[in-house]
Design a protein around this ligand. Structure first.
Ligand code: PLP
Length: 395
């Protein structure tokens, strides 16, 4: 079958390949412990479900405005003010099916063919995919392990050219858990102002922070006008399957992004948006409990991995991922790279992790090997999975 030419430029999430492999192995009767998942293992809090059920019973089952129902846009604007200290108007908010469409639509609205977009590498693979899809040039910004997976400021400066249109940030970061400091953000802000750049700030993990503070670049002087702030409900409220997210951006851009919603999804499910209102205005204890549990698991993961010969793991500042350096383990086992290690752990020892290759093209200069483990799974699974990895990598 022949597809439109642009489809050749569209990537995907390789993580799904590993998830499919895990499903296949389990169907064959293998018992697999999975650290590959990218979603909280908690249930959506009951009061959020109840609000959605109530909305359904009240027949909130018709089309909604493309940018979201006014009450939810209002509540999000207030939430952004309370959590980031930014005065946001409801007109600057667009509600989308999950947060992912915000990056898809914002890149479509702003990036012309030939424009360069700087994005974190390793990183969420959809950035590179969408930049290429619109004909832009993806410019990877390497993250530095010694800097707890922040970027090097001089390196970032060196990547900015007259064609640069946008810098994408993701803090806390997937896959490393790295958190950007205010000083890091100030470098980006200075470059954005000097070169008239947009910043797409992916803050989907902003509520899952251990070694804060979390700072949004949109709160830095002069930055709100040039920032698209992306956040949502998936990770914070364990609502990945609800498909509810949002972006906060200058009102004129919000109108364009809403026009892209009109041309695609039309709107987010109306009753789902009432669940979003309940999430932001209701009790936050379930979120606090979830983050406290993630904090305890983070310690188990980091301590457990660092006790394994050939593995070294930094304590991530946020999200629910660790990104250990497994270079020495690969060398000792005679494995070519992190992908080979991932296959070995899955097939020989029944543990699923994600390889570095699931997080964007690898630069030639990158010599170290990494894998990503998610600790959005029970303490029991973490203990058993770590024991399997220890056994697999035993000298
Ligand atoms: N951004 C990052 C860095 C993510 O890891 C994810 C989900 O895995 C998303 C955005 C998408 O979130 P949502 O499920 O709300 O679309």
């Amino acid at each position: 079958m022949r597809f439109a030419e642009r489809m050749a430029r569209l990537g995907t999430e390789n993580a799904f390949e590993v998830l499919a492999e895990v499903t296949r192995l389990r169907a064959e009767g293998r018992e697999i412990i999975s650290f590959a998942i990218g979603e909280p293992d908690f249930d959506t809090p009951d009061h959020i479900k109840e609000a959605c059920i109530r909305a359904l019973r009240d027949n909130q089952t018709h089309y909604a405005p493309s940018a979201g129902i006014p009450q939810l846009r209002q509540v999000i604007a207030e939430h952004i003010r309370d959590t980031r200290g930014i005065a946001a108007d409801p007109e600057e908010v667009v509600v989308t099916p999950g947060a992912k469409p915000i990056l898809y639509f914002a890149i479509h609205a702003l990036v012309d063919p030939g424009d360069e977009v700087i994005y974190p590498n390793p990183g969420f693979p959809i950035y590179e995919s969408v930049i290429r899809f619109v004909g832009g040039t993806p410019v990877p910004l390497p993250l530095v392990e010694e800097r707890d997976f922040a970027f090097d400021a001089e390196r970032l400066r060196s990547l900015v050219t007259p064609r640069t249109k946008m810098i994408i940030l993701n803090s806390p970061h997937n896959p490393t858990g790295g958190l950007l400091s205010r000083a890091d953000l100030e470098v980006v802000a200075e470059l954005a102002a000097a070169h008239d750049l947009w910043v797409l700030s992916d803050e989907i993990y902003s509520r899952i922070v251990y070694d804060g503070p979390f700072t949004s670049i949109a709160s830095l002087p002069g930055m709100k006008e040039r920032t698209i702030l992306l956040d949502g409900f998936s990770k914070t409220y364990a609502m990945t399957g609800w498909r509810l997210g949002y972006g906060v951006m200058p009102a004129a851009l919000a109108e364009e992004v809403a026009r892209l919603v009109t041309n695609s999804a039309s709107c987010v499910n109306t009753f789902v948006q009432y669940g979003g209102i309940a999430a932001l205005t209701g009790p936050q204890e379930p979120v606090d409990r979830m983050v406290a549990e993630f904090r305890a698991r983070r310690k188990m993961m980091v301590d457990g991995l660092n006790a394994i010969p050939g593995v070294s793991c930094r304590a991530p500042g946020g999200a629910f991922y660790v990104y250990p350096n497994v270079t020495r383990a690969c060398q000792r086992l005679g494995l070519a790279d992190g992908r080979a290690l991932q296959q070995y752990l899955l097939h020989e020892h029944g543990v699923a992790v994600l390889p570095r290759t699931a997080f964007g093209s690898r630069a030639a200069e990158e010599t170290e090997e990494y894998v990503r483990l998610s600790y959005a799974t029970s303490r029991e699974n973490i203990e058993r999975g770590l024991a399997r990895i220890r056994n697999a990598l035993a000298p």
